[in-house]
Design a protein around this ligand. Sequence first.
Ligand code: TRP
Length: 451
Amino acid sequence: MSAAAPRSIWSSRWAFILVTVGSAVGLGNIWRFPYMTGAQGGSAFVLVYLLCVALVGLPLLMAEILIGRRGRGNPISAMLKVSEENGASPWWGLLGWVGVLGALLILSYYSVVAGWIVDYIYQTVSGVKVMTPEAAKQHFDDLLADPLQLIFWNTIFLALTVGVVARGVLSGIERASLLLMPALFIILLFLVFWGGMVGDMRAAWHFMFDFKPELLTGQVVLSAMGHAFFSLSLGMGAIMAYGSYLDKHTSIAHNSFWIALADTLVGLLAGLAVFSFTFAHGLKASSGPGLVFQTLPLVFAHMPGGQVVGAFFFLLVLFAAWTSAISLVEPFVAWMTERLGIHRAVAAWGTGLAVWLLGVAVCLSLNDWSGWKLFGLNLFDQLDYLTSRIFMPLSGLAIAVFVGWIMSRKNVRDEITLPAAHFLIWWRILRYVTILAIVMVFVYRLTNPDP
Ligand code: TRP
């Protein structure tokens, strides 16, 4: 690793890409993208999402990595350092706080969903087969109705996640990612192929890509932008934290491009596969967070060798979720160790405990406490709504303002080593288009209330 970067731990440029793709690719792509697309009217959602990735996500991905590398620290101290360097108010450090705490809120329900995956691995390996859509739905409903089971699987997943962060072996997961991320991609390609063979790929394609402007509601637009943030791990300091370990000579722009492309492709593939089966089995695309969990087991049950393929698939998804979850805890733990001098293991397990407690409430909100609602949403949905549709876009907006308008152009130019013309394109998009797009989405949402 280059000596120019005292804090870098990545063993190569590839390591950074792998770990960042590891953060980006996760349940967001495999679970959240299909269910959101299904619930939000298909193609309208997909189109806005793709636009947001290009005009908001990618420019912000670069901006976040830039702050992390320049500030060389956890998101909070990185924001403080870069603010100071550019003569800006220390209040900008708050942005780091919003990210770090928001990430823990995300983790509290993210790991509950990852727990569902662990349950599905267990079920698949033990040979449980759901042959009909009704059985698949029943199976999922039974899982959600059982708080002890939810808490049990959630605990296992959180322990796995915190265990890695506690030992500070972030770089250890790069080697596993090198193998498992491409494996996930290949198994998804296979599922798309299988969807073409036995599913209704034509319907899936039309559902996802036929443009139907009449479906564009305020809610669709806001949730599509929220998903672009969620899927690219933006606005929560995760990417900043990873960028802080990046050496000086790696191109932020090129890496960001590949990271965004890989993340988007994984989501689209998962969507095509899931919908081709959904429609073939006469299931409802709009069934919500259970969509993937009710569709795929059915596919594996009917596929020759499906028990093995299914187990492998869920295992790879679990790995993807794991690498994402790690990036949700790491920023706060980094802050506690660097700033408060707390031992890493204590910081990690302490944070894990707090997240776990909230996670218990999330598990209960799906059954025993499901009557407790605010604005018609239970705690699980509340947390998702609050983080992805409010925290992430607002903090993204602030990051765009900070890098586009507050940081001196020279400092920004130092980090983004693109040819001058290309630099200008990115810089202008960030300064005008990204900012305007986020503001417009909020305005559109506010002026287009749901029916
Ligand atoms: N991007 C991850 C996914 O798609 C989730 C995630 C990890 C995340 N880190 C994040 C989301 C930080 C927002 C912010 O599954």
